[in-house]
Design a protein around this ligand. Structure first.
Ligand code: PEP
Ligand code: MG
Length: 754
């Protein structure tokens, strides 16, 4: 049996109904009538998935109208629930004989023998189920199943548009618009409220039915060709590190782009009457529904690749660029992406950006580094977030807790709004402290310096009122560069950093790569324990050319100014001496070349490997200054990986063991008259900094955002009182895993602002 007028006529009529100025319910009522008559069925019903679980009958032609909004099925329950759970069509000539058939007296459906149901899919999520039924026993043809699936695509559009929400009301929102509260990995601090902007906008498939099938097939073939060529080009570029994508991912893209099964399904869908775009979406929807039920991580990864390649094909067909033009960013934008290169993030207008949410990134990833430098709150590790959100959805990103609220209900939005206002008030208070000298209640001056690593960090120096750049992580620039920066490029970077710093000093750290900081263009080393492996100065001494080039660039860039350099991961004084020798060679070389020398040169050592604590006197004598890298020192002292969340809560930087080690370093600096700074995260936490001041530290280098809170703490602290009390705590041999609680109580007693 053929549908009168066929699917094309039906779709044309449906489009007319979609445009009519009627209520959502009236529109749905007309749609089911149209479908039933076009498919010569006695019944057509639409079930919509509600946020709280069940599928609710939203409209029907043929069943009892009183059952609308009353009949509900849970996924898995009845035939409708079965279709929702499997996300696959179901055609039966004897519906009542099926083990899943569930009789609902209010619908009066027992008189119908044949049943055809298809899922209403969007991005792999089942938004509802569309059903036709016939009184007589009959077999639905492939063509009819296809036609109903195509019709369901239109209904999916209507559901995601939010129109049906007016029927559903607030108590039972439909699934696609439901609020989602998710928790990911916080990668850049801050709180952002705004609206979703998809970094890779979806192509809206406006036209579903093809006017001319052979022309559509031709369009499809041309787009596939062009997409294959673009993937090949990306692969070529990945060889010289310019594509920003990993080669394995690109190879997977290439495999899919040539996959016969996938291409056959696309061609069949077009041959069945769909436009090329609708065919891509249909095939993708089916694959997604199947693969999403897989728990195997390998298959789920393939789904990601499949989604990417389908997306590329859609953009090719639509003639749109794959990613949003940076200039198109609306106000209060929260970018949502699967992943993003640092360069892509830098392209967007910072003033309109309120946050970034990614499916995958990792705290030490490059995009995280850039987000932090730009002070944009960011959260990652949220699989499927690009599918959960719709362009323009309200969204909140909490870069401290990792919480992301999608389509938040009014009370949640209000409470985050309050939190944001509180934060803004606090920021205002900190800003008001900017020009106040950082001196404790009892007159001890505390130097507050800033950590940086990119040029985009530099404006924070002025804004925060920091005394200097206490740590410039040179490797960040190397991590973002497409290839190893040569001498001239390095010199230009350091010169720009110094210019941006004005009359404030910059302490450059030599390359700290290896471990968790790999350069994309360097061969990955197979090390069992990379954190204990070939990294930082170890690499620098084994490859002196690397280190010398960097020192040469720094010497040239600082002509006439003070040059401060520090060496990371020093484990023995002899290592530092070896680095000093290379530095001296470069100073002599610069002189021979006639370069204007720096006004003053200082070479310091980072204390972040525990062995130095037992050689600290010699180290303090050898170096011009010391800088404690508490992040690494802590991980090595406790043998606890700094990026492994499982062991993160196991040890405390406020434990007696760690504080005693830190005290030994501060004391040695004082004994030998050498300045000591602490540049790890601990110095940026008010309670940590309070303890450090009590131990004798007088200089801290920290993230720009920490400067205000630390200054507020310093201004309220009696350093000598804290020192007496902490000394007593450390002398007491009762067993304290951590002194945190005691220090907190001390802060309260001394009225310290934490
Ligand atoms: C540290 O280890 O404390 C430090 C400041 O260096 P990084 O975090 O870059 O290793
Ligand atoms: Mg370190």
């Amino acid at each position: 049996m053929r549908a009168p007028g066929g699917p094309r006529l039906l779709l044309r009529r449906l489009r007319e109904v979609m445009a009519e100025p009627v209520t959502a319910q009236a529109r749905l009522d007309r749609i089911v009538v149209l479908i039933a008559s076009n498919m010569v069925a006695e019944v057509c019903s639409l079930y919509v998935a509600r946020a709280d679980g069940p599928l609710e009958l939203y409209a029907t032609e043929g069943l009892n109208r009183e059952a609308v909004h009353l009949t509900r099925m849970m996924p898995g329950e009845g035939l409708v629930g079965l279709i929702a759970a499997t996300a696959e069509p179901l055609a039966l000539s004897d519906a009542q004989g099926h083990p899943h058939f569930s009789y609902r007296p209010e619908t009066g459906e027992e008189i119908y023998q044949s049943f055809l149901g298809v899922p209403v899919l969007r991005g792999g999520a089942t938004l509802g189920v569309l059903v036709v039924q016939n009184r007589a026993r009959r077999t639905y043809s492939e063509e009819e199943i296809e036609a109903l699936q195509t019709t369901a695509m239109l209904l999916a559009e209507m559901i995601v548009s939010g129109e049906l929400q007016s029927i559903a009301g607030q108590e039972a929102p439909i699934a696609v618009r439901r609020p989602e509260s998710l928790t990911g990995q916080p990668i850049a601090e801050g709180l952002g409220l705004g609206h979703v902007v998809l970094h890779q906008p979806r192509v809206a498939v406006a036209k579903i039915v093809a006017d001319d099938i052979s022309m559509e097939l031709d369009r499809l073939e041309k787009a596939i060709e062009a997409m294959r060529a673009s993937v090949d080009e990306l692969i070529d570029r990945s060889d010289d590190g310019r594509s920003g994508e990993h080669r394995e991912v690109l190879e997977a893209f290439r495999m899919i782009a040539h996959d016969r099964g996938w291409l056959r399904r696309l061609r069949e869908a077009v041959a069945g009457g769909l436009t090329a775009e609708a065919a891509v979406e249909r095939v993708q929807s089916d694959a997604r529904a199947r693969l999403q039920r897989q728990t195997d991580p390998y298959l789920r990864d393939r789904l990601h690749d499949l989604t990417d390649i389908a997306n590329r094909l859609l953009h090719q067909l639509a003639g749109q660029s794959l990613v949003l033009e940076p200039g198109e960013l609306p106000d209060n934008a929260i970018l949502v992406a699967r992943s993003m290169s640092p360069a892509a993030l830098l392209d967007y207008d910072r003033s309109r950006l309120r946050g970034v949410v990614l499916e995958e990134a990792g705290a030490s990833s490059h995009v995280a580094i850039v987000a932090r430098a730009l002070s944009i709150p960011a959260v990652s590790d949220l699989p499927n977030i690009t599918e959960i959100v719709e362009q323009g959805d309200a969204i909140i990103v909490d870069g401290v807790t990792g919480e992301v609220q999608v389509r938040p209900p009014p009370d949640v939005e209000a409470s985050y709004g309050e939190k944001a206002r509180l934060r803004a008030r606090q920021q205002d208070q900190y800003r008001a402290l900017r020009d106040k000298p950082s001196v404790t209640v009892d007159g001890v001056t505390i130097g507050l310096h800033m950590n940086a690593g990119l040029l985009i960090d530099m404006p924070h120096l002025e804004e925060s009122g920091a005394d200097s750049i206490g740590l410039f992580r040179t490797e960040l620039q190397f991590m973002l560069a497409p290839s190893f920066p040569r001498l001239n490029a390095q010199e230009a970077i350091y010169r720009s950093v110094l210019e941006a710093a004005g009359d404030r000093t910059v302490t450059f750290r030599t390359l700290d790569i290896g471990g968790d900081k790999m350069l994309p263009y360097m061969k990955r080393l197979d090390e069992e324990n990379p954190a204990l492996g070939w990294r930082a100065i170890r690499m620098g001494l084994d490859r002196p050319g690397l280190l010398r080039t960097q020192l040469r660039a720094m010497l040239r860039a600082t002509a006439g100014r003070e040059l401060k350099v520090m060496i990371p991961m020093v484990s023995t004084v002899t290592e530092f001496d070896a680095a000093r020798k290379l530095f001296d060679l470069e100073i002599a070389f610069a002189k021979r070349c006639g370069h204007e020398p720096p006004r003053d040169i200082k070479l310091g050592a980072m204390v972040e490997v525990p062995s130095l604590v037992w050689e600290i006197d010699e180290m303090a004598q050898a170096a011009d200054f010391l800088s404690v890298g508490s992040n690494d020192l802590m991980q090595y002292v406790f043998a606890a990986d700094r990026v492994n969340k499982r062991v993160a809560g196991r040890f405390d930087e406020l434990s007696p063991a760690f504080l005693r080690a830190l005290k030994a370093i501060a004391d040695a600096g004082r004994r030998h008259g050498k300045p000591v700074t602490l540049c790890g995260e601990m110095g940026g936490r008010p309670l940590g900094a309070m303890a450090l001041i009590a131990l004798g530290f007088r200089n801290f280098s920290m993230a720009a955002t920490a400067i205000g809170p630390i200054k507020a703490m310093v201004l309220s602290l009696d350093a000598s009182a804290a020192q007496c009390e902490l000394e007593a705590m450390l002398a007491d041999h009762s067993r304290h895993g951590s002194l945190r609680a005691l220090l907190q109580a001390l802060a309260e007693r001394l009225d310290v602002r934490l």
